[in-house]
Design a protein around this ligand. Structure first.
Ligand code: UDP
Ligand code: MG
Length: 337
């Protein structure tokens, strides 16, 4: 299995070299595009991006990861792969999510540099030229940072606030306004491919924390070219919770902190009760007990819930199920399946 993988990598490197000799371009950049129900955007993406990528000083391969699309995306991609040898397609057996799609793209890439981007043209293809410049300067991890988001709204602002919060409560530092638009050298990607195969994932976060020679490029995010965002508020919320749990253990310690605070409050209530009893002679109690009980139970359940979330993540990791399942691939010269 390992040998087969190594062989495939060797073959693909050789093939790249041959293409390079033919095309007189020194290196190859793999552009990974996650696709989930993007039938409305794909043609537009391909039409707009192709001339931009052709003008690059490096060769390129477009790796479309079809994340179980239910619309015509798969068919459109098959047509593109049949017509253009630089297009590769990975079809998942079902929807595994954007994170899994990006990882599959990294796993199947053969270029010296790799870029992950959306299929909806929110991440401008023109930026890839700047990315290659940075690679040439010796940078290995390039974070693309949004300056202005034309489709920015309440949710995006909320996301920025979320990053600030996350940076406060965890020991990793995440760039505010970073997006799932980033670039890595094959070396840096290798670390993510081998050592960051967690099931509950946040690739954007790992990219910013593996070290290497890092830089950022600012870009102006465009409006989505067609279709709708695949991230509903519910999905974003779930994603945010998972991110907090994966990057911080503060929630686990909440029990200790709230225990101390409530213990202190309890002491105050006790003193007050003794005072009432000693001075007024009336043991006043029922309302206080009910309020305290409700408060204590609410807090206990929240803490048990938080511990439950961590156990759920542990359980998911323990089961060690695949992060994605490939149904078939198209356009990969050496590993057709
Ligand atoms: N995507 C995916 N699987 C999913 C959801 C989204 O591959 O389960 C893709 C989607 O097709 C797009 C990218 O991930 O290319 C980012 O999604 P989207 O543009 O909807 O998110 P937004 O840019 O609005 O945050
Ligand atoms: Mg998008």
């Amino acid at each position: 299995m390992e040998d087969k993988k190594k062989n495939e990598t060797r073959q693909s490197t050789m093939q790249n070299r041959m293409e390079n000799m033919n095309g007189q371009k020194p290196k190859t950049i793999s552009i990974v595009i996650s696709v989930y129900n993007e039938e409305k955007a794909l043609h537009e993406f391909y039409r707009e991006a192709t001339p931009v990528f052709e003008a690059l000083p490096w060769n390129y391969e477009l790796i479309f990861v079809n994340d179980g699309s239910a619309d015509a995306s798969g068919q459109i991609l098959a047509e593109l792969a049949a017509a253009d040898p630089r297009v590769r397609v990975i079809n998942f057996s079902r929807n595994f999510g954007h994170e899994a799609a990006m990882l599959a793209g990294l796993d199947h890439s053969s270029g010296e540099g790799i870029v992950c981007m959306d299929a909806d043209l929110q991440h401008p293809p023109e930026c890839v030229a700047q990315i290659i410049e940075k690679f040439e300067e010796g940078y290995e991890v390039i974070n693309m940072v949004r300056t202005k988001n034309k489709s920015a709204g309440f949710i995006k602002n909320l996301t920025s606030a979320f990053y600030k919060f996350l940076n406060k409560i965890s020991d990793v530092k995440l760039e505010n306004n970073a997006s799932d638009f980033f670039a890595l050298t094959a070396n840096a990607a290798q670390v993510l491919k081998t050592n960051y195969r967690e099931k509950v994932r946040f690739l954007r976060g790992y990219v910013q924390n593996i070290g290497f020679n890092r830089t950022t490029i600012e870009y102006e995010a465009r409006a989505r070219v067609a279709g709708e965002s695949k991230y509903s508020i519910r999905k974003l919320f779930k994603f945010s919770i998972n991110t907090i749990l994966c990057f911080s253990d503060l929630p686990l310690k909440l029990g200790i902190y709230s225990g101390i605070i409530v213990g202190f409050l309890g002491l105050l209530v006790m003193l007050e009760t003794i005072y009432e009893w000693a001075v007024k002679g009336t043991p006043n109690g029922y309302a206080t007990i009910v309020v305290l009980l409700c408060f204590m139970f609410a807090m206990l359940f929240v803490i048990v819930g938080i511990i439950g979330e961590y156990i759920a993540i542990l359980f998911t990791e323990l089961k060690d199920r695949p992060i994605y399942i490939v149904h078939d691939t198209k356009g990969f010269p050496e590993k057709e399946s």
